[in-house]
Write a protein that binds this ligand. Structure first.
Ligand code: 6PG
Length: 250
């Protein structure tokens, strides 16, 4: 069963996520000497990124042992407002005491297929494994769209689902551009999957994903993952959940 954390507002949601990351990073570094985290894009993670870029997280997180990847990326220039790396760079990466070779953006000016191969090689170098084996990220942060997508795995598109590849090129979403995404089999292997969802606009989709088993949406294919799946929700995003799923307010 996924772990459901519900906070009174978006600000508290960001705090809970930052605390979760700090705790998990310290635990991973204590156990393995490093932590691998994959970030998602969109607007929801940005308050968390900005929080992690300030005290106490600036000094409390083992950034020197942290390796940052992306769950998905729009294949646009870094300066484009749609760039997930560009947003994270501004909000978080430019402020961190982290070695630059620990930051692994997906964005690329090569063709989508070549960019997917390139990023796969970045991952095989770090994880010292090759497909069909799967990399095991310590944390993958995910959001959901109102259509039920996560990362850039869109309902009805099996490209990133029926595969042993680690990274694939897709097209879609908003903006409707070429993208790279980690595949579903990779997401399923993560030690921690952390969904971050905020706002009343997502409440219907949160209820569908968590309480309507027949819906067949990408996030539902992750709830049975080997690792710990956590849903960090603010009260607005959780407002349609019934009793047995509505966790205690954090
Ligand atoms: C992307 C994201 C995507 C995002 C959701 C939610 O690159 O588009 O990774 O999966 O998490 O679309 O986006 P918001 O947080 O902006 O609602």
């Amino acid at each position: 069963m996924p772990n459901i954390i519900i906070t009174k507002n978006a600000e508290r949601l960001a705090q809970k996520c930052a605390e979760f990351f700090r705790h998990t990073a310290k635990e991973s570094v204590a156990q393995n000497g490093r932590i691998s985290v994959a970030l998602s894009g969109g607007s929801t993670p940005r308050p968390v990124h900005r929080l992690l870029a300030r005290p106490p997280y600036l000094s409390d997180v083992p950034w020197a042992q942290t390796h940052i990847y992306w769950a998905d990326e729009r294949l646009v220039p870094e300066k484009d407002p749609a760039s997930n790396f560009g947003s994270a760079k501004k909000d978080l990466l430019d402020h961190l005491p982290i070695p630059t070779d620990h930051i692994h953006p997906m964005c690329s000016l090569r063709s989508p297929a070549q960019a997917a191969d390139d990023y796969t090689r970045v991952l095989t170098d770090y994880f010292e494994a090759n497909p069909p084996e799967m990399p095991i990220f310590d944390i993958i942060f995910l959001g959901i769209g109102q259509d039920g997508h996560t990362a850039s795995i869109f309902p009805g598109d099996r490209t990133a689902v029926d595969t042993t590849r680690w990274v694939v090129a897709v097209k879609g979403g908003s903006p409707d551009v070429e993208r790279l995404t980690l595949t579903l089999p990779v997401l399923k292997q993560a030690r921690h999957l952390a969904f971050l969802v905020s706002g009343a606009g997502k409440a219907e989709m949160v209820r569908t994903i968590l309480e309507q088993d027949s819906a067949a949406l990408p996030p539902q294919w992750l709830n049975g993952s080997g690792g710990q799946v956590s849903w960090f929700l603010d009260r607005d995003a959780a407002r349609l959940l019934t009793g047995y799923h509505a966790g205690k307010e954090a």
